[in-house]
Write a protein that binds this ligand. Structure first.
Ligand code: ADE
Length: 243
């Protein structure tokens, strides 16, 4: 990573508990997550330089809080508490068979992360909607690091829906998205404001351009994808020297 080759403190931000549990286990973080804010379910487990924060359970809907709003609250409150040099948005994502993606692939963001569903057709606001937030440069060792993680370099886009209607799909195609998720760009937006390095690591649960329903694919492949995600995040954190 050219800006910060050995980040002293790493914060990993995860949306769902099913994604976070194997990540915490791979990193040896066994304590109960502690609340980050009295009004929000965001919680964090920290041990020395390493922390994993989750969005928690929405109190009204009684399910994991997902997508961009909880991602912002969790990232900001966790970063204020943990003071990381690097934030990793880790989780699952939809992939694209047409661009060589497969179930269980793990992608690391190697290009700016964008929103694919914030359309504002007014000069200036169009670029604001897209975002295009910077990602950390992993430097000359990038490809070796990714191979050791069992990961591929990828372009990631974020939106607030699990599905991919044609208008969003056209944007993802224009960006050449390898992975579409619901949090990465929101986490990256906070990191840009805080001046903290950002990376996304996403494991593919479903293929957007496959005839089977996304939700069915997601349910069936969640276990495999989160196992691969945890192994990749463990490997990355070990390689960066913070484990
Ligand atoms: N997470 C897992 N699969 C996804 C998809 N298809 N879209 C957005 N987020 C996802």
């Amino acid at each position: 990573m050219s800006a910060n080759p050995r980040p002293a403190r790493i914060l990993i931000v995860v949306a769902m508990e099913a994604e976070a549990r194997p990540v915490r286990a791979a990193l040896g973080l066994h304590a109960e997550p502690a609340s980050l804010h009295p009004a929000f379910p965001s919680a964090m487990v920290a041990d020395g330089p390493l922390a994993v924060a989750t969005n928690g359970t929405d109190p009204r809907f009684e399910i994991d809080a997902i997508a961009s709003q909880p991602a912002v609250v969790t990232t900001l409150t966790a970063a204020e508490s943990h003071r990381p040099d690097l934030v990793i948005s880790a989780g699952t994502a939809g992939g694209f068979e047409g661009r060589g993606g497969a179930i269980g692939d793990v992608f690391v963001s190697t290009e700016p992360v964008r929103f694919h569903d914030r359309r504002v057709d007014i000069p200036g606001w169009d670029a604001y909607g897209e975002g295009s937030y910077p990602v950390a440069d992993l430097g000359p060792e990038r490809d070796d690091l990714l191979s050791a993680m069992g990961a591929k370099p990828g372009r990631m886009t974020t939106g607030n829906s699990l599905d991919a209607p044609p208008v969003d799909l056209a944007t993802m195609d224009r960006f050449g998205a390898d992975a579409k998720d619901m949090e990465a760009a929101a986490v990256a937006w906070v990191c840009e404001h805080l001046g903290v390095d950002f990376l996304a690591v996403k494991a593919i649960t479903d293929l957007v351009d496959h005839p089977e329903a996304t939700a069915e694919q997601f349910r069936r492949n969640l276990g495999l994808a989160t196992e691969r995600l945890a192994a990749a995040v463990g490997s990355l954190v070990g390689a960066l020297g913070a484990a």
